[in-house]
Design a protein around this ligand. Sequence first.
Ligand SMILES: O=C1O[C@H](COP(=O)(O)O)[C@@H](O)[C@H](O)[C@H]1O
Length: 251
Amino acid sequence: MTLHTVYAFPSTDSLSEGLNDYVERLSREAINSHGKFTVAVSGGSLPKLLSKNLASNNAVDFSKWHLFFADERCVALDHADSNYLEVKNQLLSKLGGKLPDANVHTINPSLVSDPEKSAQDYEQQLKNVFGSDSTPAFDLLLLGMGPDGHTCSLFPGHPLLEEKKKWVAPIFDSPKPPKERITLTFPVVNNAKNVAFVTAGEGKQDMVKQIQEQPELNLPCQRVQPKSGNACWFIDEAAGKKLSKVQKYKL
Ligand SMILES: O=C1O[C@H](COP(=O)(O)O)[C@@H](O)[C@H](O)[C@H]1O
């Protein structure tokens, strides 16, 4: 297992500032090289940390973004559990329409009662943007980390960790509610050009330490090993308190 670089920040505000700089740079590089920026984001605590500085960053050309969800709960888009709703409330609603609705790739709301079909439909949405010939290579995945070491909706010990063919898979028995979800799978996650985990707070410090210092656990976050991309962590001081080795992010 290759160890991920960990950038630790003294506060959640400075974490958001560093993350803003990182996303701005990757967005600019991707748009310069191939005209668009493909990014998938997690739900949970991440959208708030992301939006703090990014929402008002006029140097980012959101009109060229294609925004996907790293995982989604099978609920209506206006349901309190929806990852989309959190991203909408924290980020999209603050962009004044700069990111076109057509480029925000939500799950199909008419399929939420059928996770299997919902996952197939979402995989087709990926094909529409990336083409169907080869595994999508996202410019950036912004991922959260659950206190059990899960990421996306890929949970420790779950058979979905071994999925090799599907790009998007349904899950019917998520240990964290709601049970029914869809998620990007490891073939897609590990084909990304860049992956950044974003996590903060004391509640995450034990798991952050285990992930960095006990590779033998083979937890979902540790299995994120992009084949030819980079993986790093943006954490605050509280989440990194038990780590012996962190790096300073240079703005
Ligand atoms: O259920 C989920 O949890 C994870 C972690 O969330 P957090 O609130 O502990 O940051 C999140 O990354 C994922 O997208 C979400 O569906």
